[in-house]
Design a protein around this ligand. Structure first.
Ligand code: KG4
Ligand code: ZN
Length: 365
């Protein structure tokens, strides 16, 4: 029987300051005892994107409050923890440093072990936290800064099958919203408008489907949308509500189609490597999109694979995923010292060739 482990996790790599307590007793499913997230959307809203210096300062101010609140909500004290896990990258470096320094301070004061966690590993291991999915499984990570297919084989073992060569889908949703005068974050606004739109009125491209690999591209969709918008504006002198809804619906359908087809290919690679494995999961903020979820679910049904989408609060940035990823690393014997460094870039699969967009392109991870 493996021992029970309780970890405090800290997350501060982008615009959410978060702390959480996660416990796992032996082989039992892990439990999220608390998960506190302080979002910074309002601090950045006037600037149309995340301002790194403002983010770093806010993290430094909020981290200890988050830790206190997470411990209180879990009804535990720092001394009850077995280790402290912290996001050590990739992300906006000022924020990552704030988290790492806070975790080092707590570890030094308490003597608790310190475990550095890759933020992307946090996302990628979420289906193990929520559903105790066995290794290996296929993960599509789709967020504001990332888009990649990974075969997840262990807490530190990832094979990257492909990913975006330019924008991440969340970034494309956000830019689309900006081009159409919708509020940020763009994903939910575009999804809402798309509900009353006709996805066939505007003919959006389906980038890179002519290439057999698992790489994706989203920047062309945003350019196409801008051209279509400008054409309508030139013809009519402005955009009607219906024009906007049709543009959103066309854009969203193109993203969903491309992700569905590339997922079909990624599943093929995954099953070739691991014929007995059949779980496909998704994580990251874009996984909240109902049209995309439905498209992925259809693909999984076709090939008789289990489709898992974690609850939204654990898809977007949070510290429970960091505490859990740290718990798995710690259980396997990993631990970091006071020389743990904050890393702005940190690809999960160190062996796959570096490509534009594969590490960290947008502000978010
Ligand atoms: O995972 P997340 O909270 O932050 C990181 O990027 O790590 O993802 C945020 C991204 C934003 O770009 C947001 O527009 C997008 O996820 N998003 C959505 C939806 N909800 C959030 N994109 C499409 N549809 C949604 N419903
Ligand atoms: Zn993230």
């Amino acid at each position: 029987m493996e021992q029970s482990l309780t970890l405090l996790g800290l997350e501060s790599s982008c615009d959410d300051t978060a702390a959480a307590v996660v416990r796992q007793s032996g082989q039992a499913p892990a439990e999220v005892l608390s998960s506190v997230v302080f979002g910074q959307t309002e601090l950045h809203s006037a600037f149309g994107g995340v301002v790194p210096e403002i983010a770093a300062r806010a993290h430094a101010e909020k981290l200890d409050h988050c830790v206190r609140d997470a411990l209180t909500a879990a009804n535990l004290r720092l001394q009850d923890m077995d280790a402290i896990a912290v996001t050590a990258g990739p992300g906006l470096i000022g924020g990552v440093i704030s988290g790492v320094m806070c975790a080092k301070g707590l570890a030094a004061a308490t003597g608790l072990p310190l475990v550095g966690v890759n933020h992307l590993a946090g996302h990628a291991l979420t289906p193990r936290l929520t559903d105790a999915v066995p290794y290996p499984y296929l993960m599509l990570l789709v967020s504001g800064g990332h888009c990649q297919y990974l075969i997840v084989r262990g807490p530190d073992e990832f094979k990257r099958l492909g990913g975006t060569i330019d924008d991440a889908p969340g970034e494309a949703f956000d830019k689309t919203a900006r081009l159409l005068g919708l509020t940020q974050p763009g994903g939910p606004s575009v999804q809402k408008e798309a509900k009353s739109g006709d996805p066939r009125r505007f003919r959006f491209p389906r980038p890179l489907l002519d290439r057999p690999d698992c790489n994706l591209s989203f920047s062309g969709l945003k350019t196409a949308l801008m051209r279509m918008r400008d054409q309508v504006m030139a013809e009519k002198g402005g955009l009607t509500r219906q024009d906007r809804a049709d543009l959103c619906a066309g854009f969203q359908a193109a993203v969903a189609d491309v992700l569905a087809e590339k997922t079909r290919r990624a599943i093929r690679h995954y099953l070739e490597e691991d014929p007995a494995a059949r779980t496909v999961s998704v994580a990251g903020g874009v996984a909240a999109n109902t049209a995309i979820r439905a498209a992925l679910e259809t693909v999984c049904t076709e090939v008789d694979a289990q489709f898992l989408a974690p609850p939204l609060a654990l898809c977007t940035d949070n510290a429970a995923m960091i505490a859990y990823a740290g718990l798995e690393r710690f259980r396997s014997g990993a631990q970091d010292g006071m020389d743990l460094t904050a890393r702005p870039r940190w690809p999960l699969d160190q062996s796959s060739p570096a490509m534009l967009g594969s590490g960290k392109k947008g502000a978010k991870a």
